[in-house]
Design a protein around this ligand. Structure first.
Ligand SMILES: Nc1ncnc2c1ncn2[C@@H]1O[C@H](COP(=O)(O)OP(=O)(O)OP(=O)(O)O)[C@@H](O)[C@H]1O
Ligand SMILES: [Mg+2]
Length: 269
């Protein structure tokens, strides 16, 4: 399972400037790659482009190539693409099918559309609800939930499809620490099963926990790329509009205060 972007640039219809420029990115099987960056840096646009929605359904102009497991997806019809790559939108309400009357039906909608056999649809749906601890919401109306609950339902819908490739745009933005941890665990488990996953996040602590590599976008370009450890410890992160993980903030505060390295114990690990 791999997703590869080479020399990708993208401009929205009617825009004078490109929203993405010179994006080279390779996600191998089982790899979680994190995307950080200030507001308007291009995170959502990268998700739309990587999942094949831009320009296909959004319009605009693209350059470069996108390969899914080595195949150029340019000419693929949308239904073929969406069977292979899932996308979670920044606003979970956008994700809802509009046709499901209950959370259970909502989560089952994706695998059902993919033609998964009925008994598996049911078992995958319950498994996804249980993973995110929202079985208790199964009979509820998806439109009468809090933003955080909708975000978990949208994520469950993606998990139930068992995607080989997944693009997630700030999937924990509306979640409390417990919900964030559950989503993080679910992403890590999906990756352990071989999926390649691209995830944008403001929560760099979450990226530190689940991403092997991280890129930072700035004005639509990749400003930093490397292992999560290296990129998230970069002293220039704040200037790029990205809050460093708590671990790195503490380490730097200790260094500024003249605390000798090593005295912070496991924090130095
Ligand atoms: N539909 C659109 N048409 C024209 N320009 C757009 C459109 N959507 C986004 N842009 C522009 O593309 C650039 C990147 O926006 P994008 O939404 O990808 O950033 P982002 O990093 O996801 O921001 P945020 O953190 O606020 O979600 C911005 O300059 C934005 O104004
Ligand atoms: Mg965005």
């Amino acid at each position: 399972m791999s997703l590869q972007l080479t020399g990708v640039g993208y401009r929205y219809a009617g825009a004078t400037a490109a929203a993405l420029l010179d994006i080279d990115l390779l996600l191998g099987p089982g790899e979680v790659v994190g995307v950080a960056g200030a507001s308007e840096s291009g995170k959502t646009t990268l998700c739309l482009v990587a999942a094949g929605l831009a320009p296909r359904t959004v319009g605009g102009q693209i350059r470069g190539t996108i390969l899914l497991d080595g195949e150029d997806v340019d000419a693929w019809p949308m239904h073929r693409l969406s069977a292979r790559i899932g996308i979670g939108f920044q606003n979970p309400a956008t994700q809802l099918s509009q046709v499901a009357g209950t959370v259970f039906e909502e989560v089952a909608f994706g695998p059902m559309n993919l033609g998964v056999p009925r008994n598996e649809v049911v078992s995958h749906t319950w498994a996804a609800l249980e993973t995110l601890r929202i079985e208790n919401l199964a009979e509820r109306d998806p439109f009468r939930l809090s933003g955080g609950q909708q975000q978990l339902v949208a994520m469950a819908g993606l998990l139930a499809m068992r995607p080989e490739h997944l693009v997630l745009d700030e999937p924990t933005a509306q979640l409390d620490p417990e919900g964030t941890r559950l989503v993080g665990d679910a992403i890590a488990r999906l990756a352990a099963e071989g999926a390649s996953i691209l995830i944008t996040e403001q929560k760099t602590d979450l990226l530190a926990a689940i991403a092997a590599r991280v890129i930072v976008l700035d004005g639509g370009r990749i400003a930093r790329a490397g292992t999560a450890d290296d990129v998230l410890a970069d002293p220039g992160l704040a200037e790029l509009g990205v809050a460093p993980p708590a671990m790195h903030r503490l380490r730097r505060a200790a260094a500024d205060a003249g605390v000798a390295p090593g005295t912070l114990g496991s924090l130095d690990g």
